[in-house]
Design a protein around this ligand. Sequence first.
Ligand code: C6P
Length: 411
Amino acid sequence: MEATTYKLNVEEIRKDFPILHRQVNGKPLIYFDNGATSQKPRQVIDVINRYYQHENSNIHRGIHTLSQEATDAYEKARKTIQQFINAQHHHEVIFTSGTTGSVNLVASSFGKKHIQAGDEIIISTMEHHSNIVPWQMLCEEKKAILKVIPINDKGELLMEEFKRLLSPKTKLVTVTHVSNTLGTINPVKEIIKLAKAAGAFVLIDGAQAVPHTKVDVQELDCDFYAFSGHKMFGPTGVGILYGKEAILNELPPYQGGGDMIKTVTFEKTTYNELPHKFEAGTPNIVGGLGLAAAIDYMNKIGITNIEAYEHELLNYATEKIKKIEGVRIIGEAANKASVLSFLVDGIHPSDIGMIIDKLGIAIRTGHHCTEPLMNRFDIPGTARASFAFYNTKEEIDTFILALERALKMLL
Ligand code: C6P
């Protein structure tokens, strides 16, 4: 793995995250469950506090000052997100409840418009359940066919197999940018190019990519891109669906209700313009503001610094864990984000997770909502350490010692 350079002051950064200074079971918390959700800096928490203490109001509805201020702040947040992913227009950024909400929006609206009996949708073996189940539901409803790109033992997509799956029947290709279980960074640019050449639309699940690597939706040329606020240092309950203007304009609305309409009579309703057509009801206003604050925070550190530093953490942890006898790493792709999934011969991952939790260390164990992937490796689950830019090599050292201690007890 290649050497990396970065400019990042971890000790200063850690001061911004109040939770990192608490104790768990009498030990300083070591938080290695960033794939499940990341921690929040004071800058995000402050925005949430301030909003409810001084600014709370509904948006797009009132002429009074508070409502106008809240509307302006929410729409400014949308522009912050637009710039972060380099979308061409701010109205291509749809607020949702998270990646799951975004995928379900596409499955419903795109499915209604574009999927018919016999059409094919391609996903991959390493998808999270939220990028499998909505497509299974759609295929069942429309009598469409779900196809799956296989992977090799390192956890890399078999691109030749993908090419073979593409056909004039392919209407949509949807894959994860970064695997939450394996850490594999998929060659999404190439996937998008191939899918487009075959005449298919493309949705990328960016839940595990946006917090760790630069995403430019125009450069990727994807039709849709989905991600969650809470995995990128923002609040829970808010996420984004990016979609190309021309495609979104052609899709029917997802949910009906306030804000997504232009006029309503009992005879006929006309729908609002983008992005409001896809944002029925009062949204998670403070969630949007918190997400924008998280992006401002990430921008201050710099995504290339984040990526390089996390890469170094991953290499460091990988080298150390490999030295422990009986450890098997699940996910050894050449191109990986900061996710380290592993198994130890003869030990159930949840036993490891429970023992090291007693030592203040949070990792995730189980199938990570990727059961078909676990079946592919013929394993029940893994133990997974996933790192963020506020983690340190010292924490990894402590984790390795704790793991060795746990294994002594369990073997
Ligand atoms: N993965 C994990 O521990 P939501 O829940 O909507 O914010 O994100 C769903 C989701 C979609 N795609 C990928 C690749 C994901 O990793 C996740 C969430 C968490 O790995 C919770 S299961």
